[in-house]
Design a protein around this ligand. Structure first.
Ligand code: GLU
Length: 320
């Protein structure tokens, strides 16, 4: 018999709590500064708190020194956070607890498929995922629903997947983009919560962190939009409240690709106040803020004050 469900502690949100959650795979680039500035402005305009969470859960992808460099860049841009930064690698027991809870709810199963096995199975069904496209797990290791049970989480070298119900449609309101929907079963498939190398995945960690940190508003880049339905479904299973979402327009490079370490995005320049202001102005322009001081006669604090007003006017207009 499975043990009785444990209650997961969740801090009660008081007022607005936003966050910036960079993965320390490299220093901030123009794209990540847009997410930092957008989330900071939204928090400040709402007189809320802005938290910094270093998402270093995928340790092999992290770059030594990047977390510190990101903090230095944020400070150079005047983007101060309100609580001690958190690091996901310090919070592994929280993710383990959430996984155990999902296990008690009989929502997960072990999967021994390698990437290649999945690709082969999909190919046998005539499906070839395009480059950068997610593989929809064909369910090879999934037990019949009636056999989903309390599993032994200590099994080594095994991934743990969430068993989605049939036709799991998720709808949500994005504050910038309006009503969004995704059929998780058809468009994503049973997704991984802990990988076979033992690492918890972003999906699980982000949901646990946002809930336990009492985050009420998530303002982040649009490339994360397609993850949101998964996160909402996990929030439901774990009994967490749903934060509000606002996805910001992506910054693309000259080839129309998302800026990232993989596309060798160059880091923002923040050695001098003038450089930081120039980077902030570029980010603000991308966010659609108009009529801001040109940066020649203002301090960063003055410029950020003007940007916060402009953000308020812009979102008021956008939301009527
Ligand atoms: N760590 C993620 C990234 O850097 C962002 C996560 C989030 O904002 O939900 O892309």
């Amino acid at each position: 018999m499975s043990p009785p469900p444990k209650k997961i502690t969740q801090s009660q949100p008081v007022g607005y709590r936003g966050r910036f959650a960079p993965s320390p795979t490299g220093p901030l680039h123009a794209g990540s500064l847009v997410a930092a500035l957008g989330s900071w402005l939204d928090a400040r305009k709402n007189e809320g708190q802005w938290l910094l969470r270093i998402e270093d859960i995928d340790t092999p992808r992290c770059t030594p020194g990047a977390a510190i460099q990101i903090q230095q860049q944020l400070l150079a841009c005047g983007l101060h956070w309100d609580e001690e930064p958190t690091y996901q690698t310090d919070r592994l027991q929280h993710y383990q607890k959430a996984l155990e809870r999902l296990n008690e709810l009989k929502q997960i199963y072990a999967c021994a498929c390698s990437r290649q096995t999945i690709l082969n199975t999909l190919a046998a069904h005539g499906i070839e995922p395009a480059r950068n496209q997610e593989m929809i797990y064909p369910g090879s290791c999934r037990p019949e629903k009636s056999e989903l049970g309390y599993a032994d989480l200590t099994k080594p070298k095994i991934a743990w997947r969430l068993a989605l119900p049939q036709n799991c449609m998720i709808y949500f309101e994005d504050l910038a983009l309006g009503t969004q929907s995704q059929n998780l079963t058809k468009e994503v498939g049973d997704f991984v919560l802990r990988r076979s190398d033992g690492l918890f995945t972003y999906q699980l960690a982000v949901v646990v962190d946002d809930a336990e940190q009492g985050v009420t508003h998530i303002v982040r880049s649009e490339d994360l939009l397609s993850n949101t339905a998964r996160q909402i479904y996990l929030q439901d299973l774990l009994g967490y409240q749903h934060p509000q979402y606002r996805h910001l327009p992506l910054v693309l490079d000259d080839h129309g690709e998302k800026l990232s370490k993989q596309t060798s995005a160059t880091q923002i320049q923040t050695e001098t106040e003038q450089q930081s202001l120039a980077e902030l102005r570029k980010a603000a322009k991308h966010l659609g803020l108009r009529d801001l001081p040109d940066g020649s006669n203002v301090t960063i604090a003055e410029w950020l004050f003007a940007a916060t007003q402009a953000w308020g006017n812009r979102t008021n207009k956008a939301t009527g």
